[in-house]
Design a protein around this ligand. Structure first.
Ligand code: BEZ
Ligand code: FE
Length: 289
């Protein structure tokens, strides 16, 4: 048997996987093999470098548990999560755009009443009121829609990263009323660094990249017959909007948080002083059949 060329090796490997019965799995695997082989040829990868890569991925896996997902963080940092979101989102014109879920989502957070605060600790910070409607693409309100939100506390950490925070601090589910309206009480989010004490931190330092995400509120909005929406609302004044470490900012999701000093408005929202206000409608698209 004569020895193979580099390109022939790729063809042989691809052919060995061609019998994969699931057509989509076959398409993905064959393309993955071709691209991975092309990458090895392109950079003329050495065996030492390949072992370093294997060790890096092994360390990334070892850092994962039910509270820490370093694999997702790696995908986020390489822009892969943002790219998968871009190619699969397919949101129609006029509907609110989606962005990445991120590794700090916790399912089954508590239900919150109309206007109840998701901040579960004492605070003298200026409150934030987020209000608006959940509507469909024609502007028709969607009563009973679910609005699930989560964000970091003012120290830049999510509750699951920081044992000093009460459980479920700054996360919860709200329900839209009969007019599709919702009222969320919180505090203004801050920019924060993603965790850098694992392999992703090693990667960031080796590549001279900062670890910050611009301030945002996460939301998952759902209504029967409509596409579930996973998104963020970004603070227009944040200095990291153009350099989000995970590449997940979309211009249409940037919002102005305004300071409302009108005592009458404060009273209407059950507050006694100035507050940050964000008026935002979520626009859901019809479920794809
Ligand atoms: C987040 O916004 O929670 C997040 C997203 C991607 C990576 C790290 C954090
Ligand atoms: Fe976040």
């Amino acid at each position: 048997m004569r020895s193979m060329t580099e390109n022939e090796l790729t063809d042989v490997v691809v052919e060995r996987y061609r019998a994969t019965p699931d057509a989509r799995l076959q398409e993905i695997l064959l393309s993955l093999i071709r691209h991975a082989h092309a990458f090895v040829r392109d950079v003329r990868l050495t065996e030492t470098e390949w072992m370093k890569g294997v060790e890096f991925l092994t360390a990334t896996g070892h850092m994962c548990d039910d509270k820490r997902q370093e694999m997702i963080l790696l995908s986020d940092n390489l822009g892969i999560s943002a790219l998968v979101n871009m190619v699969s989102a397919g949101v129609p014109e006029g509907a609110t755009e989606t962005t990445v879920l991120g590794p700090f989502y916790v399912p089954n957070s508590p239900q919150r009443a109309w206007g109840e605060s998701i901040l579960l600790r004492d605070s003298d910070e200026i409150p934030l009121i987020v209000h608006g409607r959940v509507v469909d693409e024609d502007g028709t309100p969607l009563p009973g829609a679910g609005i699930e939100v989560w964000q970091t506390d003012s120290n830049g950490m999510y509750d699951i990263q920081d044992s000093s925070q009460p459980e479920d601090n700054l996360r919860g589910h709200y329900t839209a009323n009969e007019e599709g309206r919702f009222l969320i009480r919180s505090i203004r989010p801050t920019s924060y660094p993603i965790p850098t004490d694992g392999p992703v931190g090693v990667l960031l330092r080796a590549t001279n990249r900062h670890p910050f995400r611009p301030a945002h509120l996460h939301a998952i909005v759902t209504a029967p017959g409509h596409q579930p929406l996973t998104t963020h609302l970004f603070d227009a004044e944040d200095k990291y909007l153009d350099s989000d470490v995970v590449f997940a900012v979309k211009e249409s999701l940037i919002r102005k948080f305004t300071k409302n000093e009108d005592p009458g408005a404060a009273e209407r929202f059950g507050l006694s002083g100035p507050f940050w206000e964000l008026d935002n409608d979520f626009v859901l698209s019809k479920a794809r059949s």
